[in-house]
Design a protein around this ligand. Structure first.
Ligand code: CUA
Length: 332
């Protein structure tokens, strides 16, 4: 009995019905419409399933009694009417209602509630997200900052295999990210907060750790965040200057761009753009927090945190990695 209870209750308690990244805790008009449709379907099918199972038990009970009474089991007029109504008319009505509601919800979320003023490009990579603000000349990774209360135009594509963009609380459903094709969707946050997103198309060994963060902030904070993203800080600390040398010596720039630092032929390198690395709160697509210790350990052996990640381990001396991290921490 206890094992039965655990097997029923455990999945229920594990399927996060609240908190971040829950479809049932929407924070945007599009996500709310989807959640409402879900609740309508949940209660309708819940009530109907209960009635059907109840009817099944009743039928078994009646059949046993009839068997005892040795009565005939011919189907009478009442039964025939019941089968017609409950077995054919009701399901037809319910399914047609569901189709109408689904199509209406689909239409209502296909366009944002207003004309978006901000466009964000998100490019899927194995196993991280490139994030671009084309109007502001900003490129970052895995973390998207948006202003509260305004719809944002989101254009998604992929650099390698098919990924899928999904921020359950903010975006109207999932959108596939397909190489060579740009798909459009939109996002909107009705309140400030941090919202989690997840790749929802199996894309390889680290699909599960391909997560992203959307930070919704008041308009003035968002504008401040944008204007703070100025590449090319002046360095005077010898350790940081040494760190910048290590960036070149260790070959980091063949995979990572730093605006204003990388040599022109290496701009647009395949790995995450590091120009604003220190402004990000996590590393490896939300795998670990962006702290000095974690960044050091990540550079030395990223596979420890994310096996299968495309970044190779960097066999740097303790001195060099310390300098490199000190330099990377200046990249706001
Ligand atoms: Cu990218 Cu799954």
């Amino acid at each position: 009995m206890r094992r039965w209870a655990a097997s029923v209750l455990l999945p229920v308690s594990l399927s996060a019905c609240g908190g971040w990244q829950s479809t049932l805790d929407p924070a945007s008009p599009g996500a709310s419409n989807i959640a409402n449709l879900w609740w309508i379907m949940f209660w309708t099918t819940g009530v109907l399933s209960t009635l059907v199972i109840g009817g099944l038990f009743y039928a078994v009970y009646r059949a046993r009694r009839h068997a005892r009474d040795e009565e005939g089991d011919r189907v009478g007029g009442t039964e025939r009417g019941f089968i017609l109504v409950a077995g054919a008319a009701m399901p037809t009505l319910v399914l047609i209602s569901f189709i109408v509601l689904s199509v209406r919800t689909g239409a209502s979320i296909s366009e944002p509630p207003g004309e978006p003023e901000l466009t964000i490009e998100v490019i899927g990579h194995m196993f991280w997200w490139e994030v671009r603000y084309p109007d502001h000349d900003i490129t970052t990774a895995n973390e998207i900052h948006i202003p509260v209360g305004a719809p944002v135009d989101v254009r998604v594509t992929s650099a390698d295999v098919i990924h899928s963009f999904w921020v359950p609380q903010l975006a109207p459903g999932k959108v596939d990210m397909i190489p060579g094709r740009t798909n459009r969707t939109w996002m909107m946050a009705e309140e400030p907060g941090r919202f989690r997103g997840q790749c929802t198309e199996f894309c390889g060994v680290q699909h599960a750790l391909m997560s992203l963060l959307v930070v919704a902030m008041p308009e003035e904070d968002f504008l401040a965040w944008i204007s703070d993203r100025l590449p090319g800080t002046e360095l005077d600390d010898p350790l940081e200057l040494r760190g910048r040398e290590v960036f070149f010596e260790a070959g980091c720039q063949s995979c990572h761009t730093i605006q204003g630092v990388s040599e022109p032929e290496f701009l647009g390198a395949p790995g995450p753009d590091l120009t604003h690395l220190a402004a990000r709160s996590t590393l490896g697509g939300l795998t670990i927090e962006n702290t000095r210790e974690n960044l050091t350990a990540w550079i030395l052996d990223p596979h420890h945190f994310k096996p299968g990640v495309r970044m190779p381990p960097s066999p740097l001396s303790g001195e060099d990695v310390g300098a490199l991290v000190a330099y990377l921490e200046t990249l706001q």
